[in-house]
Ligand binder design. Structure first.
Ligand SMILES: O=P(O)(O)OC[C@H]1O[C@](O)(CO)[C@@H](O)[C@@H]1O
Length: 245
């Protein structure tokens, strides 16, 4: 596990963007696993600025997103597809058919999960998976108690997760109760993982990730066994210096 500590969220996002751009240089047809939420927004801004200023091409890049809410029309402003269009896809030259998210309005959600999982691995898997982390240690929408062997599946969102995400909705009642998410095994199959952790609210999660055991009640602990994990944490996420020593 490599750990970078940055002075603030901006620097954390820049570091993650730097790593992604290095990988795109090395492999212009790479497959990127993408996350949503507040944490990666700055990284997507940096990738867009780099594309506009330096012309990094996404023509041969493929993306797979971690998760999508169930029941939100894809054009709903709070769908993760809308988030990705707003923060990244509409501002770079990636062909839309090379971007992939689970379809949260599929007739048969179970079949959708199986198809998404097959599509990821049929494509050759994810080269670099970008991740955030929930306060309760969830990764994607894999809540505490999710099996480390889980594949893409439907989850019922924990109340704490719905509360944390309510800030993006008009009211908490508008937050969907279920989502489709890559499973923990799906995530662990990525060749490389970059996990960003920012802010005081994530101090407990960072502490537990670095110093806690590996247990299914803390989904992010599954990452400790990954051979190529980079954690980028800003100082606000670090309770005190000893956390990262
Ligand atoms: O980056 P945020 O907004 O703190 O969200 C943390 C995590 O929670 C989720 O948004 C799921 O609720 C994940 O996609 C994200 O990595």
């Amino acid at each position: 596990m490599k750990i970078y500590v940055t002075k603030d969220k901006k620097e954390m996002n820049q570091k993650a963007a730097e790593i992604i751009l290095e990988r795109i240089q090395e492999k212009p047809d790479m497959t990127l696993g993408l996350a949503t939420g507040g944490t990666p927004e700055g990284t997507y801004d940096d990738l867009v600025n780099d594309h506009q200023q330096h012309g990094t091409s996404y023509q041969n890049i493929t993306t797979f997103n971690l998760d999508e809410y169930v029941g939100l029309p894809s054009d709903d402003p709070n769908s993760y597809l809308s988030y990705m269009r707003e923060h990244l896809f509409n501002h770079i030259d990636i062909p839309p058919e090379q971007t992939n998210l689970p379809n949260g309005t599929a007739e048969d959600l179970e079949a959708e999960c199986d198809e998404y999982e097959t599509r990821i691995h049929g494509h050759g898997g994810v080269d670099l998976q970008l991740l955030g982390i929930g306060e309760n240690g969830h990764i994607g929408f894999n809540e505490p108690g999710t099996s480390f062997g889980s594949k893409t599946h439907i989850v019922e969102l924990a109340e704490s997760t719905r509360e944390a995400n309510a800030r993006f909705f008009d009211s908490k009642d508008d937050v969907p109760t279920h989502a489709i998410t890559m499973g923990i095994q799906t995530i662990l199959k990525a060749k490389e993982i970059v996990l960003m952790i920012s802010g005081e609210r994530k101090q407990e999660a960072l502490l537990r990730l670095l110093h806690g055991g590996v247990s299914e009640d803390f989904p992010a602990s599954a990452l400790k066994e990954h051979p190529n994990l980079t954690v980028i944490a800003d100082e606000a996420a670090i309770e005190n210096k000893s956390v990262v020593d």
